[in-house]
Design a protein around this ligand. Sequence first.
Ligand SMILES: *Cc1c(COP(=O)(O)O)cnc(C)c1O
Length: 371
Amino acid sequence: MSCDLWSSARAAVREILPYQPGKPIEELERELGIRNAIKLASNENPWGPSPGALAALAQFDPGSWSRYPDGAATELRRALATKLGVAIESVTVGNGSNDLLELAARAFVGPGDTVVYAQHAFAVYALVTQAVGGRHQEVPAREFGHDLPAMAQAAADAKLVFVANPNNPTGTCVGADALAAFLERVPAHVPVVLDEAYREYVTRKDYPDTLPWLRRFPNLIITRTFSKIYGLAGLRVGYALSDPRVADLLNRLRQPFNVNLAAQVAARAALADDAFVALCQERNRQGLSVLEAGLRRLGYPVLPSAANFLTFGIRRAAEAYQALLREGVIVRPIANYGMPDYLRVTVGTPEENERFLAALAQVRLQLQATG
Ligand SMILES: *Cc1c(COP(=O)(O)O)cnc(C)c1O
């Protein structure tokens, strides 16, 4: 008789819906027997890693790879603290910012405790809540964005609140006044994780500079990442900024060497590469407007986005996704976000954006012919 450990696992774990990553390029190419597929599915930087990071890695002595990295990531944390003007004790590093989202859940949420986040918010909030046996309180969205007044009300009975600004997959963004008013209303004993993975892409004038708020709101935990504009998604490195007492808690749960040596080296150099960040922000702005105009021309409604991706409405989205794959273009279906009639596309290079729009025009004809 086979021994099935499934029923031995914690019920909360059995009920997790596994995270669905974007389809890898190699997988699609293998399936179709093609070579030139493009992936606009995971909000990665189409311009590659920061050149500063690449140079630092090239100069780095690989002989050190037999040694453990600095578990405290002191140099990286010092660089972050200096650049951002916060105390080094406020900085916690993570194996991607996802790591920090999970640490926050493990630090503050036990079985049955309530975690508040918005409908259509980043999938990892639900995942980490479920993993610790927390109770989900998903606050209905307003025009696809966070309903902050409703979330503040819900926060009164919560152990943790997640806010994504901008949010993925909707691209929605809240301004400084609304966010500050929200934080004023959340009880001081309830931690708020503010996920700023896309902050460097935002161009709107009233986007909050949240660093000064760390003093005003000691329950605020800001998370940021090197995966998006810095182009280091494959190395997995992110960080949290918080009150040092909160950082102390996260640090106790953190794996001793959660950020690898290459990631520490690359992230430090990327942080100094302001020119690359500015260039990518500008190119992204252009790419967003090309994609938005192209999608509207094809008749698809677009959710205005503050980040490096666009979500657009499309009937028979699952079929359209498959048809795009056959054209060698990978985008992201978001039915698992409660948006079955939408697809999300990441801003690519100008060539990739044109290829996506041309492929979508083809797919639109195919769907019309069969619908
Ligand atoms: C991509 C993304 C992240 C970053 O995840 P990493 O683990 O840092 O790669 C965090 N939050 C949101 C909302 C994201 O879309």
